[in-house]
Design a protein. Structure first.
Length: 193
């Protein structure tokens, strides 16, 4: 018998309140994959490992921690995910997880990328895909930082609450002085000085 745990993840909570959400879609795909291997003794474990609203950039996710505990306790023989990046977006973290799985003789399977870590080719493919996932995450972070820096240099307001003494201009997204609050701030600085 191959006891298969299904792990699902979504980075944001947006849409999780819907009757059918991405976590359920990921789970259904994984259940179908496991069912297709029923003849080989594959069975879904009843425990759910769903991390809705948690980034894949860190291992500090509640369902993932429960899954890892169950791996350590040898309650799982195989971890099934919809896509590798649902499990981890960090190559270093992923390598650590695979090392733990190897020690516990736990296989790792991705439904959509159709490989598993029981073969050397599967492990190689997995590392290549994960390298690209990490590269993509880093590129997106760089683009976002560059865009925010460019907006700041042009004096654009990029979000959040404006500091006391300023309001966001409705026309252009710039900060404009709020005369009443600015006077309060001047008085506060005079008292403090």
């Amino acid at each position: 018998m191959m006891r298969c745990a299904i792990y699902t993840r979504k980075s944001t909570e947006e849409g999780l309140e819907q009757e059918f959400n991405t976590l359920q879609a990921q789970r259904e795909a994984a259940e179908a994959y496991i069912a297709s291997h029923r003849g080989e003794g594959w069975q879904v474990v009843p425990t759910r490992y769903d991390d809705g609203g948690w980034s894949g950039a860190s291992l500090e996710r509640p369902a993932l921690q429960r899954l890892l505990h169950d791996v350590e306790e040898r309650r799982i023989d195989c971890v099934v995910v919809y896509k590798v990046d649902r499990f981890s977006r960090s190559l270093l973290d992923f390598t650590r997880l695979l090392s733990l799985f190897e020690k516990r003789q736990v296989s790792f399977v991705s439904v959509t990328q159709d490989f598993n870590t029981s073969s050397s080719m599967g492990r190689l493919t997995l590392h290549i895909l994960l390298s690209f996932a990490q590269f993509e995450r880093e590129i997106i972070s760089e683009r976002t930082r560059d865009k925010l820096s460019a907006a700041r240099r042009k004096g654009k307001w990029i979000g959040g609450w404006p500091v006391l003494g300023y309001d966001v201009d409705e026309k252009g997204g710039r900060l404009v002085v709020n005369a009443q609050e600015a006077e309060q701030m001047r008085e506060t600085y005079q008292i403090a000085a």
